[in-house]
Design a protein around this ligand. Sequence first.
Ligand SMILES: *[C@@H]1O[C@H](CO)[C@@H](O)[C@H](O)[C@H]1NC(C)=O
Ligand SMILES: *[C@@H]1O[C@H](CO)[C@@H](O)[C@H](O)[C@H]1NC(C)=O
Length: 282
Amino acid sequence: MAHWLIIFCAVHLASSFQCDPALNDTLKARRALHRCERFLAAQCHGQNRLVEIPGTCPQPNVGMPPPATSLFPGTEATELGCITRSSRLGRALWCLARATKSALELFTGIGAGSSLLLAHALTAEKPTLGRFYTVDRELGNAVHAQEVMRVFGLPAQVLRLQGPQGLDELTASVVQKPGNWILQGDVFKHPELIQALCYVTGGMDLIMLDPPTVDFRHTWSVMERACRPKFLVVHNTNLPGHAGWLPSFLKRQGGWYEMMNGSHPSVWETGVRSWSLTGRCW
Ligand SMILES: *[C@@H]1O[C@H](CO)[C@@H](O)[C@H](O)[C@H]1NC(C)=O
Ligand SMILES: *[C@@H]1O[C@H](CO)[C@@H](O)[C@H](O)[C@H]1NC(C)=O
């Protein structure tokens, strides 16, 4: 009996290392994600667009993500290309984050779309457990993100980054606490930030990347090593110079598998913007 168990475990470990998508963990995770997204989609008339058609999704509550929201006068968040619950990506992101305890987002932008979805998924129902971190260079963006979260009853704090690690002693001790943390500063000016943040917080379950056209290779290798994310979401995978190389690189490298991918019409140009959601084998 023991002998058979050992053989079974060896086989199981070997195949989970190869990350066979038919294996139970990965399969279960993928199925649960698709189920959750389909459930929300059904309540939002199945639409997959960034501009939500008024009256097509229910009021936000703990079981329904909030709509993209802009507090800048005369602008709609959806005009600014924010990721929302009216898109498959917005719903999948919220579903995935709800199943985790921590997430890091680069970058906040105006904080009205994916930041709000992540803050809601991680802290609306489990304020004593969930931790959400988002980083942006612009103070105006950070403050706007904080205000948007407040509108939905999600308290958030803006912390300004200082020094190479970005975190002074006080910041390092507060960011370990559950809540929404908006880190204002430049990760490229604070090259040790990611490492320091993941060191004090014990890693991140989910990383959301929507970086502009910058070379992200070094930052990713630090993230993978220091934060050990279980899930990675990348938006704008089809835009040249963005982080689209990363999901395909991880799949080729092994140890990662794709959970979902898709696209939605762009609000900036004709055509679509694609995304990918990957999971690490464990
Ligand atoms: C997967 O789950 C099924 C049903 O729960 C079980 O019979 C099977 O042994 C599991 N397989 C692995 C590889 O864990
Ligand atoms: C997106 O997912 C589908 C279905 O799993 C897969 O066949 C396809 O190759 C994926 N597309 C990309 C660009 O990875």
